[in-house]
Design a protein around this ligand. Sequence first.
Ligand SMILES: O=C(O)[C@H](O)[C@@H](O)[C@H](O)[C@H](O)COP(=O)(O)O
Length: 231
Amino acid sequence: MKRHDYATRADLAQALAAGVAAVLAGGIATRGEAILAVSGGSTPKLFLQTLAQAEIDWSRVIVCLVDERWVPDTSPRSNAAFLRENFLRGRAAAARLELFHEDGLTAEEAEPELTRRFGGLPRPFDAVILGMGGDGHTASFFPGGDNLARALDLASHEAVVSMRAPGAEEPRVTLTLPRLADARFLALHIEGEDKRRTLETAMGPGPTEELPVRAVLRLDRAEPLQVFWAP
Ligand SMILES: O=C(O)[C@H](O)[C@@H](O)[C@H](O)[C@H](O)COP(=O)(O)O
């Protein structure tokens, strides 16, 4: 992995947004389109607001979330609502948004349709930006998650699985690790001392099921995982 530590969260947001914009511009220049997967939660707010101003041809960019809480789009817990609020207001509003929500279905019932839809997206993704919870989850790879093994199975052809876990407030759906692992640019964006300590514990030996972010830290990649941190 490669660590990028910044003095402030604003500095981190600028640097990460500049890096991601360059990767997307590269995808557009070479393949005519680019695909970006971002995390919800609260950490990415400033990064996404900054990235939304990037001067790239957003109409050629597909944007999706790495995971979603199974709540209505109108809920303050919705990652889609978070994206609309913090990302799709600037130039990035021209991007094509691919969302998880399926009306009237449970997360489990939606799995086949979501796997069909997200499995049809271009691969590999150009950029994937992961977050991490204090319990060592990333995307919706939660400790104790009912579908954790399926989600982390690198040999799986599933694109999306549902996830219920003691540490998750609501059912979730998540892109699976194999969909994220081959991203051209794979970043983990974390902030604060607590998360730095969790990251350092996760870098040590121990089971993946305890701190699922280990599955990402232990990927065998040509391009290293880029870890962005600020206090
Ligand atoms: O839906 C989500 O919750 C996220 O995608 C999740 O994986 C997130 O990245 C971490 O929980 C960190 O969340 P915070 O940034 O809020 O600490």
